[in-house]
Design a protein around this ligand. Structure first.
Ligand code: SAH
Length: 395
């Protein structure tokens, strides 16, 4: 494999020497003019010192670094990195009799920028966010099947929505290895249908696993509203936790069906505590009766996909939280989240603070939540911290 070369402007090697994995296009002094999207490149400092190898990309991030030395990006490289990722998940104890859904590769957090892999039983669902990872998909898929214990038997590749659309890359959604075995996964002893063929992202949000477990703990005897329910993760935990009733809301009829299916998978039909609604969240909150629920979950989609949308996103979080807070009874609990990477912890907290102040509620923070350990944050890439949550006690 030949590597094209990229030479940085003077001083632009600093962040890379601190292992930050992105080269911005403005940092480049010179580059091979034959470089194409997804090519393997070797990056040099202005004085010719080798920095490392990465995948090239057209856009403001011009190179995603994979190594900070001369190590080749080949089959052995991917086997090595995937093994490291797997060993870490084993240390976390996520592969158990009662749990077989977890994230194996979290991009930069696993030193594999541009790659996401979630495991559901024996199926790996893989998403490429960069052209380089798209081109490497076959060797990555093969390396996945070489993981210890034969954990991965099927690899479903899903890149239609994740690849930069301008790259004209012929994205695909299909099995690279194996086929459908089962669509059922286990999380903390609860069963879920995971629709990686048609669902959002890899089909399930494994990043809320720990937060759902915390919610279960608070659910006993409460009337629970799970807003933006998607697959009904929080709803199923609330039911197991002994909620008096659980109402799930999502604007997508398909999501509501998924939630109903997952409730049915775990609870007897005569249980009768669960109801779901295909409705817009803001409308539902406007129309709902005051004090109808004493535990509310707000887990909306990312309001800010980019920094440019930050201001509107913060207004959105304030409005949403205010609508919930103003109708919550004395002694109720709010689980509120933001998964926008562009919104940081402090900004999100400020938006929720504004909602509390606006509605003049007495609010205390019980827990500050984040993403679980299988979504690790590379210390050199703090941008990888994206999930933020607050558990509030409302009086
Ligand atoms: N809480 C879920 C993940 C939520 S993903 C979990 O634990 O898995 C966000 C969901 O919000 C999606 O299912 C999407 O269909 C839904 N959604 C987006 N905009 C909405 C709106 N305005 N009202 C209600 N639901 C909405």
């Amino acid at each position: 494999m030949t590597y094209k070369t990229v030479t940085l402007k003077r001083g632009k090697e600093d962040s890379l020497q601190r292992f930050h994995p992105w080269v911005f296009s403005g940092a480049i002094a010179a580059a091979d003019d034959t470089i194409e999207e997804g090519d393997l490149v070797t990056v040099y400092a202005h004085d010719g010192t080798l920095i490392g190898n990465g995948h090239s990309q057209i856009g403001s991030i011009a190179v995603r670094m994979l190594t900070f030395d001369a190590t080749a990006i080949d089959e052995a490289f991917f086997e090595h990195r995937l093994n490291d990722a797997y060993r870490m998940r084993q240390a976390l104890g996520l592969q158990r009799e009662d749990n077989n859904a977890f994230r194996l590769v979290h991009g930069e957090g696993d030193f594999l920028p541009g790659l996401v892999v979630d495991i559901y039983g024996h199926t790996a669902v893989m998403q490429a966010h960069s052209p380089g990872m798209h081109f490497a998909r076959d060797i990555i898929a093969k390396a996945l099947t070489h993981l210890p214990g034969g954990v991965v038997r099927n690899v479903y590749y899903k890149s239609e929505t994740t690849l930069p659309y301008k790259a004209h890359l012929d994205p695909m959604n299909d099995y690279i290895i194996g086929s459908m075995e089962t669509d059922e996964a286990l999380e903390n002893g609860l069963r879920f249908h995971v629709d990686w063929l048609k669902g959002q992202k890899t089909g399930f949000f494994v990043d809320q696993r720990e937060n759902r477990r915390l919610l279960e703990h608070y659910s006993k005897g409460r009337r629970v509203l799970n807003m933006f329910c998607y697959t009904g993760g929080f709803s199923v935990y609330a039911l197991r936790g002994g909620a008096q009733l659980v109402h799930s809301v999502d604007s997508s009829a398909k999501a509501v069906r998924l939630t109903d299916d997952n409730v049915a998978l775990n609870f007897a039909p005569e249980d009768g505590r669960h109801k779901s609604f295909a409705e817009d969240a803001f409308k539902f909150l406007d129309n709902m009766e005051k004090e109808a629920y004493d535990l509310i979950i707000l887990d909306p989609p990312a309001f800010a996909k980019h920094k440019s949308a930050l201001r509107n996103a913060l207004i959105g979080y304030r409005r949403l939280n205010a609508k919930a807070l103003e109708k919550m009874p004395h002694g109720s609990i709010l689980f509120t989240f933001s998964c926008s990477q562009a919104v940081n912890k402090e900004q999100f907290r400020l938006a929720v603070f504004s909602a509390a102040a606006q509605t003049r509620r007495k609010v205390r923070i019980l827990h500050q939540l984040t993403q679980p350990a299988d979504h690790p944050i590379n210390i050199y890439h703090p941008e990888g911290e994206y999930l933020k949550g607050l558990v509030l006690y409302v009086e």
